[in-house]
Design a protein around this ligand. Structure first.
Ligand code: MG
Ligand code: ZN
Length: 220
């Protein structure tokens, strides 16, 4: 029996053209955010710590403004709706695995037919003086990366002997997951990592490229 396909697809910089967390920070410019981004990229602090501390710089008095900006700022990468159609037709499970936050991930994706159970992201709490990020999908006992939203934990729920696992992503939140899957569709910084580690990857610019390559896998 052939394995069932499952796709783990990143949100920021993958489904969307821009990275929404960076866009929010660049727009609202809370004091010290840029240093935190550098520290995450240089691995001086973990993704969870960096994202948590960045949002903690934003006062909840600006909540509506931040949410409006985050949702309005989004451009969806070409071919996304078509990829969802394709997955539905082909019986491929499509999961959104995002290091982004619920207050922009769910509203943006509400335009697309993705069951909310298939969307994994971080959560938020506005009850205090500043934004607080919650981590309902933190690392399991196998991951020591302090991911925040742990893609490897979700990937492990789809065992390699039953599933052909595909990851689509662009950046630092995709690194650990990319090491586990059969095929990586990569953009930007994730391409460098895949090259460095000799992972099975294909660069892509839009989701039409991804559909075309999955079709080619079928022919082989
Ligand atoms: Mg990303
Ligand atoms: Zn993890």
């Amino acid at each position: 029996m052939s394995k069932r396909r499952v796709i783990f697809c990143d949100f920021d910089g993958t489904i969307t053209v821009n990275d929404n967390i960076v866009a929010i920070m660049k727009h609202f410019q809370p004091e010290g955010w840029d240093k935190l981004v550098d520290q995450v990229i240089n691995k001086e602090i973990t993704i969870r710590e960096g994202v948590g501390r960045m949002f903690a710089l934003l006062p909840t008095s600006r909540k509506e403004e931040v949410i409006d900006f985050a949702i309005r700022n989004v451009t969806i990468r070409a071919g996304f709706a078509e990829l969802l159609d394709y997955c539905k037709r082909e019986g491929i499970t499509f999961l959104v695995t995002s290091g982004g936050i619920d207050f922009f991930v769910y509203p943006v994706l509400s335009a697309f037919p993705i069951p909310s159970d298939n969307i994994y992201c971080n959560a938020s709490d506005f009850s205090g003086s500043h934004f607080r990020i919650l981590w309902p999908h933190a690392c399991d006992e196998h991951c020591h990366n302090d991911c925040g939203m742990c893609k490897t934990t979700i990937i492990r729920a789809y065992p390699a002997d039953e599933y052909e696992r595909i990851l689509i992503g662009d950046s630092v939140t995709d690194f650990e997951g990319a090491k586990l899957v059969d095929t990586v569709y990569a953009r930007a910084h994730l391409i460098d990592l895949c090259k460095e580690l000799g992972l099975n990857y294909k660069p892509f610019e839009n989701f039409y490229d991804v559909i075309q390559h999955i079709e080619e896998l079928n022919v082989r």
